[in-house]
Design a protein around this ligand. Structure first.
Ligand code: MG
Length: 161
C-alpha cells in the first residue's frame, strides 16, 4: 500500500540533445540567439524547452514529450516549443501542483550562452509562472569534444499549489 504523503515535493528530470547545423535558427529557452549554428529538430529545435517540458511532465507523473507531441505529426513541424511547456504547465496545474524551482545545464561549444542568460531566465520564469531567481541556468562546454551538438539537462521541483 502506497502511503507517501501527498504534500511531499515532486522532482522531475528532463534531458534532450539536438544536432547543431549551420544556418539553422538558434532558439533556446524561447529566445532567438545570434549564432551561426542552431539545433536541428522537427519543431523549432529548442532543446532547453524540450528538456524542461519532460522535467515538468516527469515530476507530475505524466507521459513524456515524445508521446504527447510526436515528431511524426505535421502539426508539430516548426512548432514553437513554448507550446509544449504551456501544455505541461496546464497539466501540472490540473494536478494541483506548482513549480518551486528549476535548474538547467546546457552543454555546447557554441553558441556561448552567457550574454543570453538573463533573457532566457526571464522567458522561462514567465512560462513557469515563477520568480526569475528560482530559474537557474548553467552553460558548460565540451572543450571541443562534441562541437556539433547541444545537450541539455533540466531538473524541476513541484510542490502543492
Ligand atoms: Mg528535442
Amino acid at each position: 500500500m502506497n502511503s507517501t504523503p501527498s504534500s511531499l515535493p515532486h522532482i522531475g528530470l528532463g534531458w534532450d540533445t539536438h544536432r547543431l547545423e549551420a544556418g539553422q535558427d538558434c532558439i533556446l529557452g524561447g529566445v532567438l540567439l545570434d549564432s551561426p549554428v542552431g539545433p536541428v529538430g522537427h519543431s523549432d529545435g529548442d532543446a532547453l524547452l524540450h528538456a524542461l517540458t519532460d522535467a515538468l511532465l516527469g515530476a507530475a507523473g505524466l507521459d513524456d514529450i515524445g508521446t504527447l507531441f510526436p515528431d511524426t505529426y505535421e502539426e508539430n513541424k516548426n512548432r514553437d516549443s513554448a507550446d509544449f511547456v504551456k501544455a505541461a504547465m496546464h497539466a501540472v496545474q490540473q494536478n494541483g501542483l506548482q513549480v518551486a524551482s528549476v535548474d538547467c545545464v546546457l552543454i555546447c561549444d557554441e553558441p556561448r550562452l552567457g550574454p543570453y542568460r538573463p533573457a532566457i531566465r526571464a522567458r522561462m520564469a514567465e512560462l513557469l509562472h515563477l520568480c526569475e531567481t528560482r530559474v537557474n541556468l548553467k552553460g558548460k562546454t565540451t572543450e571541443g569534444g562534441d562541437a556539433k551538438r547541444i545537450t541539455v539537462q533540466v531538473v524541476v521541483l513541484l510542490v502543492n499549489a
